[in-house]
Write a protein that binds this ligand. Structure first.
Ligand code: GLN
Length: 277
């Protein structure tokens, strides 16, 4: 079997994945320990028997639903390649919208930024890598997440970020110029939780009471004690929560409240400015 024939086996995945070709390519790259460009340059090269077996085992696990990121232990996010484990949410492309909006709001001053519920450290590390003048702290209630985020930081050699353990604001001291979070926001009853990759992710990173609003409400309320005057609060949220998050921020006294759409044109990020300091 050559590389082209191996990639063609992606057809087996069509029932479980809407990105079957990409999935198969990433699994094959992982086995071959080569970048994706190698697959196109060397498409007629033979895949060794042991590599074929390893690849087919991964395809079978993918067919049973395991996320590609868990099978290969990594996920691309922003410009970074992040280590991923089953302890945290797998970084998603929608979350890059949050990174873009955050970068747009503050220049490269000496700013303090906090990322609540950092998981793999994706948002914190993307922000720190783009803004060397910012000092970014990521926190997570889950010890294993803090350890993973710190491992990602060290491997990526990002010096202006650090990670601390604790629930939301608990481990933080002082005030911040920006607070960002991709908190759990899915309604515990949402049937979406029974399908696809989310079944393999920790529920604690996905679901929140009050139709998914409980953690957003807590963070937005407490953030007022942790933002500098003129500081920004940014949330990722569900495509149908924009209106509720805007109403919440306005009611709590934030200004310049707005919602931004993701690449799929769905409401995804809502932000507000704390000017009452
Ligand atoms: N966007 C993710 C999903 O729908 C959920 C992320 C989250 O709850 N923070 O699967």
């Amino acid at each position: 079997m050559n590389i082209e024939q191996a990639v063609a086996l992606h057809e087996r995945l069509q029932g479980v994945s809407d990105s079957s070709r990409l999935d198969a390519e990433l699994l094959l790259c992982h086995v071959l320990q080569r970048p994706r460009s190698y697959l196109f340059t060397w498409s007629d090269r033979e895949v060794s028997e042991p590599d074929q077996r390893a690849y087919e085992q991964l395809l079978t696990r993918r067919l049973k639903g395991e996320p590609v990121a868990h099978l290969i232990g990594s996920q691309a996010f922003w410009t970074l390649d992040l280590e991923v484990t089953a302890d945290t949410l797998i970084p998603r492309p929608e979350t890059e919208t949050l990174v873009e909006v955050a970068l747009d709001k503050l220049a490269n001053g000496p700013y303090r930024v906090a990322d609540l519920g950092t998981g793999t450290g994706a948002i914190a590390l993307a922000l720190a890598s783009e803004r060397l003048g910012w000092q970014v702290v990521g926190c997570d209630r889950v010890d294993a997440a803090v350890v993973l985020a710190e491992r990602n930081r060290q491997r990526l050699e990002i010096r202006n970020a650090d990670f601390v353990q604790g629930s939301w604001f608990e481990p933080l001291v002082g005030r911040f110029d920006m607070i960002v979070s991709n908190p759990p926001y899915i309604d515990p009853q949402d049937p979406h939780l029974q399908q696809g990759d989310v079944r393999f992710e920790p529920l604690s990173a996905l679901i929140a009471d009050k139709q998914g609003m409980a953690d957003i409400e807590k963070i937005a309320s407490d953030a007022r004690e942790y933002l500098n005057r003129g500081g920004w609060l940014l949330f990722e949220h569900g495509y149908d929560q924009g209106q509720r998050v805007r109403a919440l921020l306005e009611q709590l006294g934030y200004d310049d409240v707005a919602t931004i759409q993701d690449l799929g044109d769905r409401d995804r990020v809502t932000l507000g400015c704390w000017v009452r300091g």
